[in-house]
Design a binder for this molecule. Structure first.
Ligand SMILES: Nc1nc2c(c(=O)[nH]1)N[C@H]1C(S)=C(S)[C@@H](COP(=O)(O)O)O[C@H]1N2
Ligand SMILES: [Mo]
Length: 545
């Protein structure tokens, strides 16, 4: 190649495609390198995940509600996909904007990197080594960007320089190629272009290997072996067996005990925390007489209790699915708190999970012997599923999950309301959140068509920890009729109901309302889930034919 062309490379911009490709590959290299390093220093240090986690943490309460309502358990998958889309578009933009001046793209990529860096250093659950991940990520991104850019520019310069005797020489082999069969000639590439494509391909493969390697290494750290080693859990005080007639699954209600894979899941964790029993501990401190730290064996060596409890999420909309029941196995939270000695002026039990999530529970509820608050290590005879908090979580009947059910819990601080504000409180949700009395129609489904005549209608009602007294049904704005209730298991669990209707062909509307054992009947007034749970009555419309 001759001097004049290379000395003036900026005369010509890169092609749109080359610019976009460079942007995307630099992004891929940055994310993959960061993810690989994060596999060693803490997976949440991956800039990709850290940005996602920060996006979750920066979301206001209504956005969480929207995400749960719209995407349900798939909210995180959707977030990660949305991030790929946004970052991909920004990378294309960065590449295209720097077709003439690579500095533009380098600045954009570095800005990306700084966002990732800030996201990592502000995570509550990462150590100091974690900064390595975003640093390596930035270096990989910028290096890839400059490397590919210079390859591409050399190529562009070579292809577009004014014809010169030197170039005639350079292109000579190509002239020969024209004698080859047509197809091959069309694929014939100039060496510059070949070098760029080889570089691009190398980056793509390298990013793929690094990224997948990071994922594989992170996966190999999972807690499932530790969980399997625990084996089945037996309670010294088992929960009474579920009596026949406790549920009507044949009529469309859920089974009384929710199968583990169907148990609803709500949390802020992009990557499910992996905590082995041998590294888990629970510290109880703050306004106590003597702070204590308990290991897993300190829990399992106590007599374990088992309680059947229905858990509910504050974000559950009218008729929604975020309610499930399990037999939880663990110890009384009160026993642990008593061992530490809670001071009388304490108000809040501030719990923290290994990933930095926090919840605030009234100390009074945690200590109330009637309430039966638990530190649970198992569910349905087995250790907790990892996504439901293995090795240990809190479960407190009658309080929405966000103020009571911290999963992967490692720290309990006894404190005041003034001193600490928990995760969702800071985002607009209420400080106190007892479960509201509610009911739901499970069958028929809205907009279903059923046969006219005898139509069985069934559903669930709940009012933990008070219990359900009755459920009533109203058909087509007629009089309220009492439904049959299932056999009661305990007042901390849901209660199924059923009623047979006799319906003429045509459209119908059915509304349900529950009355709890305090005498309170569900209000018709519809209130949104934010800030402390929905009110109103679930109704469905369907057609009999
Ligand atoms: N560590 C942690 N614990 C958590 C949460 C969370 O985001 N992180 N979410 C809470 C909320 S809002 C609910 S409703 C319950 C849900 O528990 P589950 O996923 O086991 O059903 O967990 C609670 N515990
Ligand atoms: Mo929740």
């Amino acid at each position: 190649m001759s001097e004049p062309r290379l000395s003036n490379p900026d005369r010509r911009k890169l092609s749109f495609l080359a610019g976009a490709l460079i942007g995307v590959l630099a992004l891929a290299a940055a994310l993959a390198a960061g993810h690989l390093v994060a596999a060693f220093v803490g997976i949440n240090a991956s800039p990709y995940l850290a940005v996602g986690n920060s996006a979750i943490d920066l979301s206001p309460g209504w956005l969480k509600d929207f995400a749960i309502r719209t995407f349900g358990d798939r909210d995180k998958v959707m977030l990660l996909r949305g991030m790929v889309l946004v970052m991909g578009l920004l990378a294309v933009l960065a590449g295209v904007l720097s077709r003439r001046f690579p500095a533009v793209g380098a600045v954009i990529i570095t800005a990306f990197g700084v966002v990732g860096f800030l996201a990592v250093i502000t995570r509550p659950d990462l150590g100091q080594l974690a900064v390595l991940a975003p640093i390596v990520s930035i270096v990989a991104g910028v290096a890839t960007f400059f490397g590919l850019h210079s390859l591409a520019r050399t190529q562009a310069a070579a292809e577009n320089a004014p014809r010169s005797p030197a170039e005639a020489e350079f292109r000579a082999p190509r002239t020969e190629a024209r004698n080859e069969p047509r197809e091959r000639a069309a694929h014939e590439l100039a060496p510059g272009r070949r070098r760029f494509l080889a570089g691009a391909g190398g980056v793509a493969v390298g990013a793929g290997v690094a990224g997948l390697g990071g994922v594989a290494i992170a996966n190999s750290r999972d807690a499932s072996r530790s969980r399997a080693a625990v084996g089945p859990l037996l309670a010294a005080r088992p929960a009474p067996p579920i009596p026949p007639g406790a549920a009507f699954p044949e009529l469309g209600t859920p089974a009384f005990i929710t199968p583990d894979p169907e148990f609803y899941r709500v949390d802020t964790a992009l990557v499910v925390p992996q905590v082995r029993t041998d590294e888990w501990s629970l510290r109880i401190h703050g306004m106590v007489d003597n702070a204590i730290t308990l290991g897993y064996a300190d829990i399992t060596s106590r007599p374990l209790v088992e309680r059947t409890i229905t858990m509910t999420c504050v974000s559950n909309p009218l008729g929604g699915p975020y309610i499930s029941t399990a037999k939880f196995i663990g110890v009384d939270l009160r026993d642990l708190l008593d061992q530490a000695g809670v001071r009388p002026d304490a108000e809040q039990l501030y719990s923290t999970s290994v990933d930095g999530y926090t919840a605030g529970t009234p100390v009074r509820d945690a200590l109330d012997p009637e309430r039966g608050a638990m530190l649970a290590i198992g569910m349905n005879g087995r250790p907790l599923p990892i996504e439901h908090g293995f090795p240990a979580r809190m479960v407190i009947p009658g309080l929405y999950g966000y103020v009571s059910a911290t999963k992967w819990v490692t720290d309990l601080e006894v404190t005041t309301w003034e001193a600490r504000q928990a995760y969702w409180l800071r985002r607009g949700w209420a400080q106190k959140a007892p479960v509201k009395t509610q009911s739901r129609i499970d069958s028929p489904k809205s907009f279903e068509t059923v046969s006219a005549g005898r139509v069985p209608v069934a559903g669930i009602a709940w009012a933990q920890p008070i219990g359900i007294r009755k459920v009533e049904i109203q058909v087509d704005d007629g009089r309220w009729r009492e439904a049959d209730l299932s056999t009661e298991v305990n007042e901390d669990t849901w209660r199924m109901w059923r009623i047979d209707l006799d319906l003429a062909p045509g459209p119908h509307k059915v509304v349900c309302r529950a009355t709890d054992k305090s005498g309170y009947t569900q209000t018709p007034e519809r209130v949104d889930t934010l800030p402390d749970g929905a009110t109103g009555r679930h109704s469905i419309t369907f057609t009999a034919r």
